[in-house]
Design a protein around this ligand. Structure first.
Ligand code: ADP
Ligand code: ZN
Length: 522
């Protein structure tokens, strides 16, 4: 039989060492290019199969492949998995005893390693550089390459110094890999890692089996419970919350509702964390309620849903977190509940952080993109993919495509709201502004004389939920800003609307859903 693998050592290795029948997507092209000594920049979504892109060339080329990875936990898992496949793999990081480390160094020098995972700070030290000089090196793989960029969400200063690899070892091919990089980040990776000559491989970021849904936060716990009971009874899923406290509370509450939920956050004991993680990965139908500390390097194919009870800080983060659902390709849900308060909170976190102004500017821009995703009356997937530089058409598998929102001319309500904000001094939050519009004579209003404003009670024609939604849409579209105390203020972009020179088309809030059947069950 003329088997193609006889002609193709990469395919042979894929099948006989890793046990997979075929390459996926761009893998074959990338492996071929790097095996032949070329540099590469690989953009592939999480779960796309980046590891094989450097593991197979490392096995096929003479010498040892050096993998730079910032995630120590991930290193250990990968090395363990490789050793089980019979690959001679090891790692060097701060968790090793001196004797263990020198044993590994000796194996590298003796040419007894196929793959060596190294933490970036370790790789940069002179001792390690000398070691590399004296060994045969097949390639350098720079994993999580976006860490080199200050535009990325995970900047690591050590990554900046990795250009030293190119300077000292110009003949050793380098492959940089990342799952998250918008155009600016991509350009910066190329510049910082001196990858101008590298071939760029971009895979589609589309995850067609994930259905995206964003709901307006009303009673988030109840909404979450209803979502789980309606779509995911007994399924494994992840629920992301911003704070440790909320993680604990939500997990406890879900358990009282009969859902097998476990908490996960960095404040828990390492042993408890490991236990919960193992139960999630091995067990059936565990719902992990977690902060973003959970998820990196978790390889569980059948996570059926990822729910966000709080807004993530960027679209990259959102994409990465939701990308943990449905790696097996089966239908899965990415569900998020958010409200104006979430925007305000995220803004506050940016403004109050100690980060330099330049970083804050980037964070604001990233948050805006996320708000745009949450509020745009357009296909979620289109918005998401466009952010990663990919054009697409309405997907038919997101809430916007399935139930298109009704829009209406909200120019008049917009003027009413904007002038209320202006007249009350641009320092009150949404709740207060809405109370004025609805004409509520509560103490906070009368004490400040806001019942005397000409706009007091002018907005009674619209339901409160619609006002909430409108204010969010104004913020998302840059008509309104939020100060660090949650006060709404006018931005330049609102002027044409305020003057009646531009129309503002808005999403109409959906009528309240009929009472959930959830309360009847169990
Ligand atoms: P990434 O680093 O891009 O997130 P991984 O390299 O961890 O992805 O791969 C994700 C999962 O897909 C792993 O379980 C891996 O074994 C599997 N995988 C990768 N390539 C293939 C392939 N060609 N065929 C089958 N499974 C694959
Ligand atoms: Zn869609």
């Amino acid at each position: 039989m003329n088997s193609p693998e006889i002609l193709d050592p990469a395919l042979h290795t894929l099948r006989h060492t890793f046990g997979y029948p075929a390459f996926r997507g761009e893998q074959a092209a990338i492996v071929g290019h790097v095996q032949g000594g070329g540099d590469a920049l690989v953009l592939m979504p999480t779960g796309g199969g980046k590891s094989l892109c450097y593991q197979i060339p490392s096995l096929l080329r003479e010498g040892c492949g050096i993998v730079v990875s910032p995630l120590i936990a991930l290193m250990q898992d990968q090395v363990q998995a490789l050793c089980q496949l019979g690959v001679r793999a090891a790692f060097l990081n701060s968790t090793l005893e001196a004797a263990e480390a020198s044993a590994i160094e000796r194996r590298l020098l003796a040419g007894e390693l196929d793959l060596l995972y190294v933490a970036p700070e370790r790789l940069l030290n002179p001792r390690c550089q000398g070691l590399i000089e004296s060994s045969r090196i097949a390639l350098f793989a720079i994993d999580e390459a976006h860490c080199v960029s200050q535009w990325g969400h995970d900047f690591r200063p050590e990554y900046r110094q990795l250009t030293i690899l190119h300077e000292r070892f110009p003949n050793i091919p380098r492959i940089a890999l990342t799952a998250t990089a918008d155009a600016a980040t991509r350009a910066e990776i190329i510049e910082r890692l001196a990858l101008e000559e590298a071939r760029v491989f971009v895979s589609s970021f589309d995850r067609p089996n994930i259905r995206y849904t964003v709901v307006e936060k009303d009673n988030p716990r109840k909404q979450l419970l209803k979502f789980i009971r309606t779509h995911h009874e007994g399924d494994a899923g992840i629920v992301y919350c911003l704070s440790r406290k909320k993680v604990e509370e939500t997990a406890t509450w879900l358990r009282t509702e009969g859902i097998s939920a476990l908490p996960y956050h960095a404040g828990l004991d390492a042993a408890v964390r490991a236990d919960h993680q193992t139960r999630f990965v091995r067990g059936d139908g565990i719902v992990m309620v977690a902060t973003v500390a959970f998820g990196m390097g978790i390889d569980k194919p059948d996570v059926r849903f990822v729910a966000h009870l709080d807004l993530p800080k960027s679209l990259e983060a959102y994409y990465q977190e939701t990308g943990r659902a449905g790696r097996d390709g089966l239908p899965s849900n990415a569900w998020m509940a958010y409200g104006l308060q979430d925007m305000v909170l995220q803004r506050e976190m940016i403004e109050q952080s100690q980060a330099p102004d330049e970083v804050k500017r980037v964070e604001r821009r990233k948050l805006e993109a996320l708000l745009g995703y949450s509020e745009a009356p357009a296909c979620r997937r289109e918005v998401l993919l466009r952010y990663f530089g990919e054009e697409s058409t309405p997907c038919g598998n997101c809430d916007m495509c399935i139930t298109p929102p009704e829009t209406f001319d909200a120019s008049l309500p917009a003027q009413q709201a904007l002038s209320t904000i202006y007249r009350s001094g641009q320092r009150y939050g949404a709740a207060h502004i809405i109370d004025i519009l609805m004409g509520k004579s509560v103490a906070k209003i009368t004490e400040r004389g806001h019942d005397k404003l000409s706009t007091f009670g002018i907005g009674k024609a619209l339901p409160e939920a619609q006002w909430n939604s409108l204010l969010r849409q104004f913020v998302a579209q840059g008509l309104l800003g939020v100060n660090e105390f949650g006060g709404l203020m006018l931005l330049d972009a609102c002027r044409p609307v305020l003057r009646g020179e531009a129309t503002f088309m808005a999403k109409r809030v959906r009528a309240a859903a009929p009472k959930a059947a959830a309360s009847v069950r169990r």
